[in-house]
Design a protein around this ligand. Structure first.
Ligand SMILES: Nc1ncnc2c1ncn2[C@@H]1O[C@H](COP(=O)(O)OP(=O)(O)OP(=O)(O)O)[C@@H](O)[C@H]1O
Length: 309
């Protein structure tokens, strides 16, 4: 658990974090979203003390981060950033092994962990672990950066726009991998992005930051349906918010059990946005829905437009 308690930070006269309090629960995928300069990165960096706060406290599992030795604190927290920051003279394998090695893991465990992570992040082509960062594409480097952040199985991982500057397809594939890893390991992830779609696609809860304060915190649906004020409504997308809603709601929750339809079936775990895409592709206004591999019902175009929740 990460608790920000009345955190205050200024650079010169500029207040960047303004008396901010927030709690990130264990095992939560928590996203800080907001426009450039709203203080997201600064807040994230208070957790591993890359930024020193002027007032308030940041507690990790109840312990004030300021009271811990900074090396110990950082070894226990994964950190991945957009510019990646891989060590250029170390191979991929050595980069990923950095923190386990600092923690004194036995060599065979480190090797096994590196192999697991390469597989998990789909970097397991032969000889990949022995390559150097400058021989990798930007997307591969970012995957290695994420693998390195996860290597020592930290309970908390901080991610600052780790998929920025990637093409949309690579980005979506990395988001899917990260969601699965987070779900399987119950790691607490604090993730910064300025991309609202990324925030809503990844976060269990999302905090919208404006001018160093949390304008609203809640589930993606709460922010979309019940913005607390006009500014939040504007950032969440105004009338386009309903389109975002399609991306965060899943077919299973809106399907009609037992009803039948023709066409290629869609999985119950898919989003309503995927269902709309499939309907447009197939030129149909209803599709069969699969649950655990069996046809369990149908989803209709009207179910996307009119919410029954
Ligand atoms: N070391 C620093 N010295 C002076 N000002 C800083 C420093 N770090 C950040 N700032 C300022 O603090 C404000 C918040 O920056 P921060 O990087 O936290 O914002 P952000 O929401 O993460 O933005 P972005 O999405 O552009 O990264 C900005 O105005 C920035 O210029």
């Amino acid at each position: 658990m990460i608790e920000f308690d009345h955190v205050h930070k200024r650079f010169g006269d500029h207040v960047v974090i303004d008396d901010l309090s927030l709690r990130v629960e264990d095992g939560e995928f928590f996203v800080l979203v907001g426009p450039s300069g709203s203080g997201k990165s600064t807040l994230l960096r208070t957790v591993n003390r890359l930024v020193h706060i002027d007032a308030g406290s940041v507690r990790i599992d109840g312990v004030d981060a300021a009271t811990q030795a900074v090396e110990t604190l950082r070894r226990g927290i994964g950190y991945a950033i957009q510019s990646v920051g891989l060590f250029p003279h170390r191979t991929v394998g050595e980069n990923i092994a950095t923190v386990p090695r600092l923690l004194g893991w036995p060599e065979h465990e480190i090797r096994a962990r590196v192999e697991d992570l390469l597989e998990l992040l789909k970097l397991d082509e032969p000889g990949f672990a022995d390559r150097y960062p400058d021989t990798l594409s930007g997307g591969q480097q970012q995957r290695v950066g994420v693998a390195r952040a996860l290597a020592a199985r930290p309970r908390i991982v901080l991610m600052d726009e780790p998929f920025g500057a990637l093409d949309p397809v690579t980005r979506e594939s990395l988001q899917t991998s990260l969601k699965a890893i987070q779900r399987d390991t119950a790691t607490t992830i604090l993730f910064v992005t300025h991309d609202m779609d990324e925030a809503f696609g990844l976060g269990h809860r999302v905090a919208l930051m404006l001018d160093g304060k949390v304008a609203q915190v809640g589930t993606p649906l709460e922010l979309i349906r019940h913005p607390v004020n006009e500014r939040v409504r504007e950032f969440v997308g105004g009338s386009r918010a309903r389109l975002r809603e399609l991306a965060v709601r899943c077919v299973r929750d809106s399907m009609r059990k037992g009803e039948v339809a023709d066409g290629d079936a869609i999985d119950g775990a898919a989003s309503l946005q995927d269902a709309l895409g499939a309907m447009l592709m197939q030129g149909r206004d209803r599709l069969p829905v699969l649950d655990a591999g069996q046809v369990a019902g149908a989803i209709l175009l009207t179910d996307l437009v009119v919410s029954r929740e």
